[in-house]
Design a protein around this ligand. Structure first.
Ligand code: CA
Length: 545
């Protein structure tokens, strides 16, 4: 309660600063636009009006015990940072025991990997997150297990003992049915041979990750036990790994399985949130919303070739970026009444964005791209380290480098990074330096998160493009929330690298008060006599009076 009042007070201060900034340049205006907005935040207290999600690779985040590997206590110690950044949800990449550094091959679904800590560390982390209004999602990796999982090991040792040419007796080893074993000596796509036997098994990613047989009721019962276990530990939902591989090439079966999964999890926790990874075309992942799963990551906009990067490079027109958002919104709405888009820009499988743009020494393109991502409707996801423009491309290990809290790699909490990670130089400064610079990538992202929290329509509004004012450089959209208690907002984007003037008298929407800004350098947005003057690569938030 106390926190909410502080939030409101700061918003009022912001309002005053903005008025002074918008109308005239005077002595009142001591703070820059960036700094003034940075001071304001409206706590959301677990409401559903916004979700700013922060993806964490635990091993590379913060090390609490000095072994060089990030851990759950380390995440707990950094909750002040996460909260101050403006995130209200964390997605932890897999934390269950696993032989790999990334842990996307689980050997025990109901435990925590020793290098990350213990189940009681996890409980403490969830409790501390909830005290701050931060939700916790864990990664649910159920397309496959590790080949070292006891289920697979039992099936494997049964088949290894089987005399050459003999048929497997599924009654004698129930775990055979947990996977897709076939008697086959051809090289079938997506299958790996079980050496020393006549059998092969489905393993879509690699031989160390045997695919589970999700048609089996026994496997579904195991999955339901797993989701119940983590629900009992307090998680607020799950990120679903590799949903297109549940039934490779059979999307109606994928939707069917996810319908079951959605019902199962929501029976256990009606408030649970599920977000699926379906790394495929948007026609397919929008159809997945039929399953009832709340969100799917919006791959069309993400990565080096996605709509965001294209727009920043000038290879996609401003108004086309707007119509793409509307198209996605329509596709989701066609498949679900409650589906919520999950925009993201990069994740642990993609090259980091600092390498996407040439001639970006000051990070202006890197910042603006984050603005385009974080101003999208839906539940926005940010991959750790992107808020400071960390680098990392090539092998996967490089994309999961240690969070750069400071330049001194020996400083407390700094992690070693995955074994096999190559040596490379970061392009932008570490966090401690960026914090001091109001125009850093960090402060830009922090401000974007604040705008999302202070103006719920940014995350919850339906996009309508102002066709009259939008063109190849300018995009003007209104966002109108379905929930009529939330006020609509207008976002004006100058996608070009030059200053542009927008005549607000010609705008189709009534929101004409400058209430929030995202600018990539010291040049500020000015509103005078209905003319909105915007520096290159800037975004303005307009509200009603
Ligand atoms: Ca550690």
């Amino acid at each position: 309660m106390k926190k909410r009042m502080i939030g409101l007070l700061l918003v009022t201060v912001l309002g005053t600063a903005m008025l002074a900034g918008g109308c005239k340049k005077g002595s009142q205006r001591e703070l820059s636009q960036m700094q003034s907005v940075n001071e304001s935040i409206e706590p959301v207290e677990m409401s559903d009006s916004c979700r700013n999600s922060y993806e964490i690779f635990v091993a590379s985040f913060y090390d609490s015990d000095g072994d060089g590997i990030g851990d759950l206590k380390g995440v707990d110690e950094k909750l002040d940072y996460i909260e101050d950044l403006g995130a209200d949800e964390i997605w932890l990449m897999p934390i269950c025991p696993s032989p790999s550094y990334h842990k996307y091959d689980v050997t025990d679904y109901m435990a925590v990997d020793k290098s990350y800590g213990s189940v009681s560390d996890f409980k403490a982390l969830v409790a501390d997150c909830h005290k701050r209004g931060i939700r916790v999602l864990t990664d649910l990796v159920i397309n496959h297990t590790s080949s070292e999982h006891p289920w697979f090991q039992k099936a494997k040792s049964y088949l290894e003992k089987l005399p050459k040419g003999a048929k497997a007796d599924y009654g004698k080893c129930p775990y055979l049915k947990y996977y897709h074993f076939i008697k086959d000596d051809t090289d079938r796509t997506g299958y790996a041979k079980l050496s020393g036997t006549d059998y092969a098994y489905e393993a879509r990613f690699w031989e160390g990750m045997p695919d589970l047989n999700l048609d089996q009721q026994k496997v579904r019962n195991e999955i339901a036990k797993v989701t119940q276990y983590w629900t009992d530990l307090g998680v607020d939902g799950f990120r679903l790994d590799a949903t297109t591989s549940y039934y490779t090439g059979q999307n109606s079966k994928n939707i069917g399985f996810m319908t079951w999964l959605d019902k199962t999890v929501k029976r256990q926790n009606p408030g649970a949130y599920l977000v699926g990874e379906a790394w495929t075309d948007s026609m397919t992942y929008s159809s997945f919303y039929r399953s009832g799963i709340d969100s799917f990551f919006d791959f069309d906009f993400a990565g080096n070739d996605g709509f965001i990067a294209k727009t920043v490079r000038g290879n996609m027109k401003a108004d086309d970026f707007g119509s793409s958002m509307v198209m996605m919104q329509d596709r989701i709405a066609k498949n679900s009444e409650t589906g919520i888009d999950a925009p993201f820009y990069t994740n642990h499988d993609m090259a980091r964005s600092a390498g996407y743009y040439s001639q970006d020494d000051k990070g202006e393109k890197t910042k603006f791209a984050q603005g385009l991502n974080l101003m999208m409707s839906g539940n926005a996801f940010l991959y750790y380290g992107e808020e400071i423009g960390m680098k990392g491309s090539g092998i996967d290990e490089n994309k999961r480098a240690p969070m750069q809290w400071t330049a001194d790699q020996k400083e407390k909490g700094m992690t070693k990074g995955p074994v096999g990670m190559e040596k490379f130089q970061m392009k932008f400064s570490p966090l401690d330096q960026q914090k001091k610079d109001p125009y850093s990538i960090y402060n830009y992202v922090r401000q974007a998160f604040r705008i999302r929290r202070n103006f719920p329509a940014v995350a919850r509004g339906e996009v309508v493009v102002d066709q009259g004012l939008s063109n190849d450089k300018i995009l003007v959209i209104e966002k109108k929330p379905k929930d009529t208690s939330l006020s609509p907002v207008v976002l004006v984007y100058n996608m070009s690298d030059k200053q542009q003037s927008i005549d607000l008298r010609k705008m189709a929407f009534p929101e004409k008060k400058l209430s929030g800004v995202l600018t990539v350098n010291q040049k500020e947005i000015e509103l005078a006599k209905d003319q909105l003057v915007m520096p290159g690569r800037s975004i303005a938030v307009l509200t009603r009076d």
